[in-house]
Design a protein around this ligand. Structure first.
Ligand code: TXA
Ligand code: MG
Length: 315
C-alpha cells in the first residue's frame, strides 16, 4: 500500500539537500519552527511568494514574515535601530518578530510585504530551520502552514491535514515546543505589540526600559483584524458545556477530569498551556465535537497570548 504521508520527511543530509533544491526552484516546503510550522518560500522569488498566497488562500493585503539566519544577512533588506539591536541580542534566535522599515533597495518581493514600506523579520531557533537558513542564499518568507484563518499547525501531521499532498516536502521536526505564533513587535516608531506571544510585553519593556503600547492604530498588522485561529467549530469563552457533544477546555485543577474535558495545564502553567492550545483544539475537532467551550484563562504573561487567540477563534 502507498504510504499516504510520503511527503513527510525526517531530517537528514539528503533531505536538507532536497529541500534546498526545492526552495531554489521556487517551490514551497513546510518547515518546523519552535513556534508553529511554516510554509517556506524564497522571499526573492515572485513565483514562490505567489504560490504561498495561493496555497493558503491568503488575502494579498496580509504581509508575510521574512526569516533569516542572523543579523548579518538582514543588512540588505531592513533598516535597524537601537531598540531592534537590544531585543535581537536578548531574544534571538527565538519566538519574536520585528517590524522594521524596509530598505528601498531590498530585493524582497513587494508581494511578500503587501506593498508596505515596512518588513516583518524573524530569526527562528529550531535546529532544522536554522540549518536550512544557514545554507540558502535567500531569506525565507514563511507564514504559518495552515489555510488562512484556521489554526496554526504544531506538527508535520497537522500540516498534512491542511494541505495533503499539495506541498512536496513537509519536514518532521517534532511537536513545536512553543506552540503558538511569535510575538510581533512594531519598532518603526514607539514600540508596539501587534501580536502577543510567549515573549510578553513586560519581557520587552524590561529590555527597552520604556513603556510599550498595545493600542491598535489603523491596520498595522492587516492579518490581525479578521476572524483568525479558528478550529472550524464554534468557540465559546467563559462557560461550561451543557452537552456531551461539546468539549470543555480547562486550566489547572478547578474541575474533575471528564471524557470531554481537555486540560491545557494541570499544574496551571501558562507556558505549558500555550504550547498545548492548538494541539488540543485540533484534537477536539478531529474527535468530532460540535463546539468548544473554554474556561477562563488568567490574563497575564503567556495568558495574554492565549486569550488573544481564543478571542479571535470565538469571533
Ligand atoms: O511564529 C511565527 O511567527 C510563524 C512561524 C512560521 O515563523 N509565522 C507566522 O506567520 O505566524 P503568519 O503569516 O501566520 O503571521 C504573520 C503576522 C500577520 O499577522 C501579519 O499581518 C503580520 O505578521 N505582519 C507581517 N508583516 C507585517 C508588517 N510589515 N507590518 C505589520 N504586520 C506584519
Ligand atoms: Mg498565521
Amino acid at each position: 500500500m502507498k504510504n499516504i504521508y510520503s511527503n513527510i520527511y525526517s531530517f537528514n543530509k539528503r533531505v536538507l539537500k532536497k529541500t534546498l533544491k526545492c526552495l531554489n526552484e521556487g517551490n514551497i516546503a513546510s518547515l518546523p519552527t519552535e513556534t508553529v510550522y511554516g510554509l517556506a518560500g524564497n522571499a526573492y522569488s515572485k513565483v514562490a511568494i505567489s504560490k504561498i498566497f495561493k496555497l493558503k488562500k491568503r488575502p494579498k493585503k496580509n504581509p508575510l514574515i521574512i526569516h533569516y539566519y542572523s543579523i548579518e544577512s538582514l543588512d540588505k533588506d531592513a533598516i535597524y535601530n537601537k531598540n531592534f539591536l537590544k531585543l535581537y541580542k536578548k531574544f534571538c534566535p527565538g519566538p519574536i518578530t520585528f517590524v522594521l522599515k524596509k530598505k528601498k533597495s531590498s530585493k524582497i518581493k513587494s508581494l511578500a510585504t503587501a506593498n508596505l514600506n515596512t518588513i516583518a523579520i524573524r530569526f527562528p531557533s529550531h535546529r532544522i530551520i536554522r540549518n536550512i537558513l544557514k545554507l540558502s542564499n535567500f531569506p525565507l518568507a514563511m507564514p504559518s502552514a495552515n489555510i488562512s484563518s484556521g489554526l496554526s499547525p504544531v506538527s508535520a501531521f497537522d500540516v498534512y491535514e491542511e494541505f495533503k499532498r499539495k506541498i512536496k516536502i513537509i519536514i518532521n521536526g517534532g511537536k513545536s515546543k512553543i506552540g503558538i505564533e511569535s510575538t510581533v513587535v512594531d519598532l518603526t516608531d514607539k514600540p508596539k505589540i501587534l501580536r502577543p506571544g510567549i515573549i510578553s510585553k513586560n519581557n520587552i519593556k524590561k529590555i527597552l526600559n520604556i513603556n510599550i503600547s498595545k493600542k491598535k492604530t489603523g491596520i498595522k498588522a492587516p492579518g490581525m483584524l479578521k476572524k483568525h485561529y479558528s478550529p472550524g467549530i464554534p468557540v465559546i469563552i467563559g462557560k461550561k458545556p451543557m452537552s456531551q457533544n461539546s468539549a470543555f477546555i480547562i486550566f489547572g485543577r478547578k474541575y474533575k477530569e471528564r471524557k470531554n474535558y481537555y486540560n491545557l495545564s494541570k499544574k496551571a502553567d501558562l507556558k505549558e498551556a500555550a504550547s498545548n492550545l492548538y494541539k488540543i483544539m485540533r484534537k477536539i475537532k478531529r474527535k468530532g465535537y460540535k463546539k468548544i467551550y473554554v474556561d477562563k484563562i488568567p490574563n497575564s504573561g503567556p495568558g495574554v497570548a492565549i486569550n488573544d487567540r481564543l478571542l479571535r477563534a470565538s469571533k
